[in-house]
Design a protein around this ligand. Sequence first.
Ligand code: ATR
Length: 276
Amino acid sequence: MKKLFAVLGDPIGHSMSPSMHNDLLSLYQIDAHYHPFKVSKEELHTAVSGLKAIGISGFNVTVPHKSSIIPFLDEIDPLALSIGAVNTVVNDNGKLTGYNTDGYGFLKGLHAYITSLSDKKVLVIGAGGAARAIYFTMAKMKPQVIDIANRTIDKAVELIEACPYDTSSKALSLEEAGEQLAEYDIVIQTTMIGMKPNISEMPISLKYLKPQSLVCDIIYNPLETQFLREAKQKGATIQNGIDMFVYQGALAFEKWTGIFPDVKRMRENVLKLLEA
Ligand code: ATR
C-alpha cells in the first residue's frame, strides 16, 4: 500500500519540503507521497490523531506547531524534549515519536567547513526557537565557548540556564556582541533580521569580525543576506541557511526510510524552487 508522509503547518503553501521529499521518494523508488497540510492551532490535536488513525508513516512539523505538538505524541527524543520543539515525527507501529533534526541539520552543514568544535569560540545571535535547537545541539559537541547575543538579554540568560549540557556560555547584548566580535571563530545568525523584504537589516555590526571566521546565517531567502555580504567583504567564509534546511530534511528522510539521501540533489532542487 502506498505510504503517506506529510508536513503540518500554518501557513504551509510556501513549504519546499513536499517538492524536496517527493523527489527523493521517486529517486529511491519508494511507493509513497509527501503532502502539505494546513492545520490551525485549534485543530492540531485532531489532525495528529487522524494521521495516526490512518497509519501515516511519518511527518514534519513546522511553524507554529513545533512546541505545541509535544503533548500529542507518544514519545519524545531527549534532545527534542530539552529543545522543547519537534520537527520530525516517526510512526513506529502506531507509536508516534518526535525528534528535532534542526540542530543536527545545522551541525551537518557545518561539517563542510569545520571538523572539530573543541577549539572554537562560537557566537549565536538570537535566542528564539531556531537558536535553541542550534545552541543545545552544538553545546553537546563541547565547543570551547558558545555565547548568546540577543535583543532581549533575559532570553539569552534563560537559554543558557536551560541548556542540559555543560558549556562555557555567557549572555550578551547585541551591542556587546558587536564590540567583542574579534573573539569568535564562528558566528551564527539565527534571527529573521535580513530576511525578505527587510533585506538591508543587520542584527549586529561586523566592524570587529575576524577575517578568518566562519559566518553562518540560517536565512536562505535571500541566499546572501546583508550580514553575509558584509562578512564576505571582510574576508570571512560564509554559509547561508540552505544547508541547514536540506540537512534537517535529509535527517528526517533517513529516520523514515533508513536511507541517507543525496543532499547535493536536494540542494539543487531547493535552489531551483527559490529561483522560481
Ligand atoms: P524562531 O523560532 O524563528 O527562532 P522566534 O522564536 O520568534 O523565532 O525568535 C526570534 C528571534 O529573533 C529572537 O531572538 C528575537 O529577539 P527577542 O528575543 O529580543 O525578541 C530576534 N528578533 C526578532 N526581530 C528582531 C529585531 N527587529 N531586532 C533584534 N532581534 C530581533
